[in-house]
Design a protein around this ligand. Structure first.
Ligand code: ZN
Length: 343
């Protein structure tokens, strides 16, 4: 009898554990300490021009300094790698930050990822992560637009602002382009969105790639900010989408095309909006204040301590010109002669 009772008790315990697991399959469960659990997913980029290992360090540092996020870095195999032991428990996290640009994932992982986002999980897509997975329709619905990796008009139309409105352009051609890395002005298009509230209507972003001719389904997509793609710098003369929010099922997606390298991600404008975008994707709210050193319409604001995470920066690559201490927190960006044809 004693054995029977023990067995029943064990059975009950196992059932409640199973129930517990089932409940935890629903994402967006805040941690007990109030921290937002972030899964920072990296592991591949299309080429050495994107140093994903450095980008992960920068992203982690930027999120952790807010005191809001508990960041777990998980490195997925490259697309041709062994996924048999890569089984992330996505439902443990409120938001996934994607720093991964590969061509494909196994079907099971794609399914888990889709279920996670459509079930209410947050997703943040940074820069070339929108180049990933051209043949995965659900991923392209999550990002709205993407480029490179042989995307053409079959991926969808181009999307940009014309006369203050978002338009789609079905003109055939390749997807994805940018000119030389220069500072450029970012213009707010949706000032009342929680991510954008309190930001200036225009601000100067540090040297970065200004993505243009991105294509995709553009469904359930709201463009928060654009930048003018200058024909004098191989641009389209269009106001190209830079920051977007999307919905995929019950999930919230924040997509920034900004952030080619540590120097670009050291822009206080990039950082602030990225930190706010991750909070919004996780919770639907933004509690963070806009910092006093946010860039203005004509002046870049730059965090040298963040840029220094990249030894290439310390060795003189992409180095901004530091201005006197009286203007601390602000640096002037030199013009870069080199163009970067890759994404
Ligand atoms: Zn890039």
């Amino acid at each position: 009898m004693k054995h029977l009772v023990t067995f029943s008790l064990l059975n009950a315990l196992l059932s409640s554990a199973a129930l517990c697991l089932a409940q935890h399959e629903v994402p967006v469960v805040p941690a007990h300490d109030g921290m937002i659990r972030v899964l920072l997913l990296d592991g591949q980029s299309a080429g050495a021009y994107h140093n994903w290992k450095i980008a992960t360090q920068v992203i982690k540092a930027e999120l952790e300094e807010t005191g809001l996020f508990e960041v777990t870095v998980m490195t997925a195999p490259a697309s041709d790698g062994d996924f048999s032991i890569f089984k992330p428990n996505l439902s443990h996290y409120q938001v996934i930050v994607l720093n991964y640009d590969g061509p494909a994932w196994p079907e099971e992982l794609r399914g888990d990822f889709e279920k996670y986002v459509s079930g209410g999980g947050g997703l943040v897509v940074v820069h070339a992560s929108d180049n990933a997975f051209p043949d995965w329709p659900a991923f392209n619905l999550m990002t709205g637009i993407g480029g490179w990796r042989n995307r053409t008009e079959t991926a969808g139309p181009m999307w940009y602002f014309n006369d203050g409105k978002l338009v789609s352009d079905p003109t055939p051609g390749r997807a994805g382009s940018h000119g030389a890395r220069l500072p450029f002005q970012v213009v707010t298009r949706k000032a009342d969105h929680p991510i954008m509230r309190g930001l200036p209507t225009a601000w100067m972003h540090a040297s970065d790639e200004l993505y243009a001719t991105l294509r995709g389904p553009g469904k359930n997509m709201t463009v928060l900010a654009t930048a003018h793609s200058d024909p004098k710098n191989k641009g389209t003369d269009h106001d190209e989408p830079m920051l977007m929010v999307l919905s995929f099922g019950n999930g919230r997606v924040f997509h920034t095309t900004l952030g080619h390298d540590a120097a670009a991600m050291s822009c206080v404008g990039f950082m602030t909006i990225f930190q706010r975008g991750v909070e919004w994707a996780a919770t639907g709210k933004v509690t963070q204040r806009v910092p006093a050193n946010f860039p203005t319409a004509n002046a870049v604001s730059f965090r040298v301590d963040i840029a220094a995470i990249d030894s290439a920066y310390l060795n003189g690559a992409s180095s901004p010109v530091i201005v006197p201490p009286s203007e601390a927190g602000t640096v002037r960006q030199p013009m870069h002669a080199a163009t970067a044809p890759k994404p």
